[in-house]
Design a protein around this ligand. Structure first.
Ligand SMILES: [Zn+2]
Length: 368
């Protein structure tokens, strides 16, 4: 099986880069559809307009509902076609970005992602996660190309609530463990081949960066300042985690994280917060994980404020029967759970979730 690595064509990260968004987009095309949710369009339209004017770009604003569902994507495609957009920009969180990817691919336009939060690794990847109008996980698409430009303004990111950076740490923390799992089994990644040394190394760098700088970054981001720790963690959450999950592989942590979107109780929680419990579960599922490392990761998650118990995701009262039936769905044949080199049965998965919850509770109690 051949090795495949994919990634964005250009990655730009720095303080204030959004003020120059027009300069970065100009080489890609003139007519630019910007997909943003209601809050982001309010917050950033003046900056974007000014920079577009300075660079003689035509702004085609597309305000979507905030949900990346197939209906919203269809509306974006219609508008982009009618206005002859040459470039599609997703400005905002993961949903604006995923929607922009789908629209750009549908009309064969250039694609730009400009995250305003570092809550997940969507900006660099070629994947769109679909949700239903109600916000339930509804599958994903892997597009034939990654963004032409990823524009990450670190000042914008620290001005957002720190919860989003923490969520991105949860998503990024999964990357190495899943990459290692998929690599061991020589599984085919979302990039369409087996893992390169490069992607595996970036996945590891993602993990080391988060463990070394995550706690400092969360503290600094809560004060809304960009420090070297914040800068490194933003890169880990966005670029390293993005290349890692896409070109190095996924496993049980994301199966759990994505699966949790099916629970009404989990609706208020972000992708990264749900994936964090997936990391906790995977660490209790894989016997190759050293107990010391498992404990270090649990303690880290508790310290930065990521959920390590079912209660923290609104599932404190879930019955053993409901958890067992959830474990069964996570072990259906098409699930990424089976990227592990060992067989994962529903009973293994149930046991790992119970063990993770229990260990999470004891780590939390010790931290108090
Ligand atoms: Zn993720």
């Amino acid at each position: 099986m051949e090795k495949v690595l994919i990634g964005p064509r250009r990655y730009v990260q720095g303080t204030g880069v959004l003020n120059n968004i027009g300069k970065y987009i100009a080489p890609l095309g003139k007519r630019v559809l910007v997909a943003w949710g209601p809050v982001v369009s309010e917050q950033f339209s003046a900056i974007v307009k000014k920079s577009f004017e300075e660079n003689e770009l035509v702004l085609i604003p597309f305000k979507f509902s905030g949900e990346c569902d197939r209906g919203q994507i269809g509306k974006g495609v219609e508008k982009a076609k009618a206005e002859k957009a040459e470039v599609v920009v997703g400005l905002g969180g993961g949903k604006a970005i995923d929607l922009a990817k789908a629209v750009a691919m549908e009309i064969d336009a250039k694609l730009v992602t400009a995250p305003t939060i570092a809550s997940n690794d969507a900006p660099t990847s070629a994947a769109t996660v679909y949700y239903t109008e109600e916000g339930n996980f509804d599958g994903w698409a892997i597009w034939p190309r990654n963004p032409d430009l990823v524009l990450v303004d670190t000042q914008v990111i620290v001005e957002a609530p720190v919860r989003w950076l923490i969520s991105g740490i949860g998503d990024g923390l999964a990357t190495w463990f899943e990459a290692e799992a998929a690599y061991k089994g020589r599984r085919v990644t979302l990039a369409g081949g087996v893992t390169t040394q490069a992607a595996l190394t970036l996945a590891r760098l993602c993990y080391d960066t988060l463990m070394d700088y995550g706690i400092d970054a969360v503290r600094d981001c809560a004060e809304h300042v960009v420090t070297p720790a914040v800068d490194r963690v933003i890169e880990a959450n966005t670029l390293l985690s993005g290349i890692g999950f896409e070109s190095a592989g996924l496993a049980a942590a994301h199966a759990v994280g994505n699966g949790l979107t099916g629970f009404e109780e989990c609706k208020p929680y972000s992708h990264g917060e749900k994936v964090a419990f997936g990391v906790a579960t995977q660490l209790c599922l894989d016997e190759d994980i050293e107990p010391d490392e498992r404990l270090a990761v649990f303690d880290f998650m508790v310290e930065v404020g990521l959920p390590v118990t079912l209660e923290e995701l609104g599932l404190g009262d879930i019955s053993p029967e409901a958890l067992k039936s959830f474990a069964e769905t996570l072990c259906e044949p098409e699930q990424i759970t089976h990227n592990h080199v060992f067989t994962v049965t529903p009973l293994d998965m149930y046991g790992a979730m119970v063990a993770a919850d229990k260990l999470g509770r004891s780590c939390k109690a010790l931290a108090e």
